[in-house]
Design a protein around this ligand. Structure first.
Ligand code: PMP
Length: 401
């Protein structure tokens, strides 16, 4: 058979896709930071107050983490050298996992390459044909993708709607495993999963609750132990905690914390763990220092929450709609996407780096700027941001005055 001459040419595909992204307003061009990831950084040659990162505790460029990273690098080298299951498990990997399990009050923990691959790995390893998985509609893309790969029956419930969750549990009986999957803190709205209702409801139906605590770990619960700890379920064997080590912990990686059998199964079945190299020693060093620091020095979490409370209170007084956020994630609603993007541009002109998000990342009409307050912001940083917000909000007619 002669090959078709009508096959799509690579160049045509690239141009048509890029064109489509441009014309639908979805084309992304990342801002480049010209200085380290800190509360103040540099963009386009000027210093800016950074409200766009997930660097909740200010650990990304912290000297204590950097020193430990350097020490591990010198002692253990630059790379793990193999996937963890072949020859890439160094003693420091297992020591850190034990440290994390103790911190989380779970029997064990396993670290994967990222929060994204953790959801792929854990959901992929657990779910089988005949199982039921019910997922909050606002769960993270990595959960959505992981479930796409799964043969389990999938259902989606309206955001935090426990009545709908109950109905779906009632309507989908199975002898297989039942999993209710939720983010602990939702990354766009900054609200919490109602674990106090969800875990007992799941239990009524013999279902396990799976919590992705990417934005809660290091932020909520005693010493930053996370959303599950915040709601008092840290000892529950029917709650699986996963999360990331790339946000509050400042570095990179993901974890799953739970019963030692969960860890054992993941080592044997989680595909990113089996088929992709483990973390380099410097990463492990920085992470072990991060866990130590947050437990030794409560002022990081104290400052994070003091800053969060005062920034939110001032924005509310100015008249902005923060969409009920309960955490340092502080969305400021601007309505349609062009308004949010314009606000972001005007803020940057005033030295404030805060990113606008529109449909499909967030629903139509709820385009916003997502600000994340960190422990590292000073009062001066937040005051500068507030006065820029006041000016931009008035200029765009989002607030009065
Ligand atoms: N889960 C959630 C809820 C997240 O917000 C994120 C980060 N955007 C991830 C997973 C992915 O984490 P990582 O960046 O470590 O891959």
């Amino acid at each position: 058979m002669t090959p078709s001459l009508r096959a799509t040419r690579l160049q045509d595909r690239l141009s048509s896709e890029l064109q489509r992204l441009h014309s639908s307003g979805l084309y992304i061009s990342p801002r480049v930071l010209e200085a380290p990831q800190r509360a103040r950084t540099r963009i386009l040659g000027r210093e800016v107050v950074n409200l766009a990162s997930n660097n909740y505790l200010g650990f990304a460029d912290h000297p204590y983490l950097k020193e430990r990273a350097a020490a591990y690098l010198h002692q253990w080298g630059v790379g793990a050298g193999a996937v963890r299951t072949i020859a890439g498990t160094l003693k420091i990997h297992e020591d850190f996992e034990a440290q994390l399990a103790e911190f989380k009050h779970t029997g064990s923990a396993l670290v994967l390459q990222s929060g994204f691959t953790t959801n792929q790995g854990v959901l992929g390893a657990l779910l089988q044909d005949g199982d039921l998985v019910i997922s909050d509609e606002l769960n993270h893309a990595s959960i959505i993708d992981a479930l796409r790969l799964s043969k389990a029956t999938k259902r989606v419930f309206k955001h935090k709607d426990m009545t709908e969750l109950r109905r779906l549990l009632e309507e989908n009986p199975t002898d297989g495993l039942k999993l209710v999957v939720t983010d602990g803190v939702f990354s766009m709205d900054g609200d919490l999963a109602p674990l106090d209702q969800m875990v007992p409801l799941a239990r009524e139906f013999g279902a396990v609750t799976y919590v992705d605590d990417a934005h809660g770990s290091g932020v909520l619960g005693e010493q930053g132990r996370g959303t599950v700890h915040h709601f008092g379920f840290q000892h529950a064997h029917d709650v699986i905690q996963v999360g990331t080590l790339s946000k509050a912990w400042g570095v990179i990686g993901g974890y799953a914390a739970g019963h030692p059998d969960l860890r054992d199964l993941l080592i044997n079945k989680a595909r990113p763990f089996l088929f992709s190299t483990g973390h380099p020693p410097a990463v492990v060093g920085a992470l072990s220092a991060a866990l130590e620091l947050v437990q030794r020095d409560p002022s990081f979490m104290q400052r994070l929450w003091d800053n969060t409370r005062s920034f939110k209170a001032e924005l509310t007084t100015l008249g902005f709609d923060l969409f009920g956020s309960q955490t340092p994630i502080t969305p400021v609603i601007f309505g349609e996407a062009p308004a949010a993007f314009e606000a972001s541009r005007l803020l940057l002109e005033r030295g404030i780096f805060a990113v606008g998000l529109g449909f499909p990342t967030v629903p139509k009409g709820l385009a916003r700027i997502r600000n994340i307050v960190t422990a590292e912001h000073t009062k001066g940083d937040l005051d500068a941001a507030l006065s820029a917000y006041a000016a931009v909000g008035r200029e765009l007619g989002v607030i009065g005055g």
